[in-house]
Design a protein around this ligand. Structure first.
Ligand SMILES: NC(=O)c1ccc[n+]([C@@H]2O[C@H](COP(=O)([O-])OP(=O)(O)OC[C@H]3O[C@@H](n4cnc5c(N)ncnc54)[C@H](OP(=O)(O)O)[C@@H]3O)[C@@H](O)[C@H]2O)c1
Length: 337
């Protein structure tokens, strides 16, 4: 049986005040669920940063252990398909938002959020990919289902130095696409080129319409992790019949656009949601992430790792766009004190 008390990074909200830090929790503090996991790795995603700031509308409960994804080993289970001893990963559902997530030594998760680690992926590798890599793979899959093929022309990735963006660059380049990476971090150009970007452009270079409702037909496809004005600019410059897979909001949530790109160029805006993806599709996408979509530069995509003690700083960093690629949380390292 797991130990009674264990360390967890906890965010507490009272009115407009938010406090956070490493505390001890007990198994009784965990929500109901079919699978109890001893967590070894989690990761830092933009959403984890969002739940930790005052006034956010993402966290649905307090206290909350953030961590929208986790990997570890099953230590108790009511689900015959996930027996004790199975190495698993879990993400999405309400994890780290309205139920305790991955920044704790133990997590209790519903069967619908957990799956056995695919062959060939360790717990650390699964969290190096994590929600970000999964979302990049979903984006690519949706664009290809819509008909995008290597050789069609340049595919734009925005927010390219972030988690979803950098995985999108890697996955697209490995499949033979011509990848144009848009990033606000000029210093990361060599790194993005190493991941496979053919061209790296700045965030501001996307304004090609110059005040008109439509700009040049530039992109054969796009993966957008930024939203807001960036997404509006992409819609103005997609080629006839092309699509953008939109997953993010780091650049804003409002979308101001016109219908012209849709009704005169037949473009499509494909919404990407990793949170409620049904478990069968999760298994299928993760199986691909371990095989034909396995990231080529997995080690290079990891910026570093922190223990639970380092989570607070890591959350500030991701909100301030100071993270390149992915930051891992080594949960079994325990806090320093
Ligand atoms: N729909 C889903 O299921 C799903 C799943 C995962 C993530 N997401 C969302 O996708 C986005 C990316 O997540 P992530 O975990 O990859 O975050 P991340 O690692 O922080 O990456 C976000 C990137 O966006 C760019 N960026 C940051 N602030 C910006 C601003 N003010 N204006 C324009 N660009 C900005 C930065 O890239 P550059 O400096 O290179 O420009 C940053 O690295 C987030 O909005 C997240 O909530 C959605």
């Amino acid at each position: 049986m797991p130990e009674d008390r264990f360390p967890a990074f906890v965010v507490r909200r009272q009115d407009d005040e938010v406090s956070s830090g490493v505390e001890e929790l007990g198994l009784d503090d965990l929500p109901a669920g079919e699978v109890l996991v001893e967590v070894s790795w989690s990761s830092v995603n933009y959403k984890d940063g969002m739940v930790s700031v005052p006034g956010n509308r993402v966290a649905r409960t307090s206290p909350l252990v953030p961590g929208v994804d986790l990997a570890g080993v099953v230590v108790a289970s009511d689900d015959p398909s996930l027996a004790v001893g199975t190495e698993v990963l879990a993400h999405g559902g309400d994890l780290g938002v309205s139920r305790h997530g991955g920044y704790a030594r133990f997590a209790r998760v519903p069967s619908g959020s957990a799956l056995a680690l695919p062959d060939g992926l360790s717990a650390r590798q699964a969290m190096a990919i994590g929600t970000a890599g999964f979302t990049a793979a979903l984006s690519l899959d949706q664009l290809e289902q819509r008909g995008l093929r290597p050789g069609d022309g340049p595919v734009l990735v925005t927010g390219a130095s972030g988690g979803v963006g950098s995985f999108a660059v890697d996955l697209l380049a490995a499949r033979g696409y011509e990848v144009v990476a848009s990033s606000g971090k000029a210093d990361e150009r060599p790194w993005l080129e190493r991941l496979g970007a053919t061209t790296v452009i700045g965030r501001d270079d996307l304004d090609e319409a110059g005040g008109r409702v439509l700009g040049p037909e530039h992109w054969a496809g796009a993966v957008d992790c930024v939203g807001g004005e960036t997404l509006a600019r992409i819609l103005q410059t997609l080629r006839y019949g092309a699509a953008v897979a939109a997953s993010g909001l780091t650049g804003g949530t409002a979308l101001q656009t016109t219908v012209y790109s849709f009704i005169t160029r037949g473009v499509a805006l494909l919404g990407v949601d990793s949170v409620q993806t049904p478990i069968e599709r999760r298994r299928a996408v993760w199986a691909r992430l371990a095989t034909d979509l396995r990231p080529t530069h997995l080690d290079d995509l990891v910026a570093g790792e922190v223990s639970l003690d380092g989570v607070a700083g890591a959350l500030s960093d991701i909100l301030a766009s100071r993270v390149r690629g992915r930051l891992l949380v080594r949960v079994d390292a325990g806090p320093a004190h």
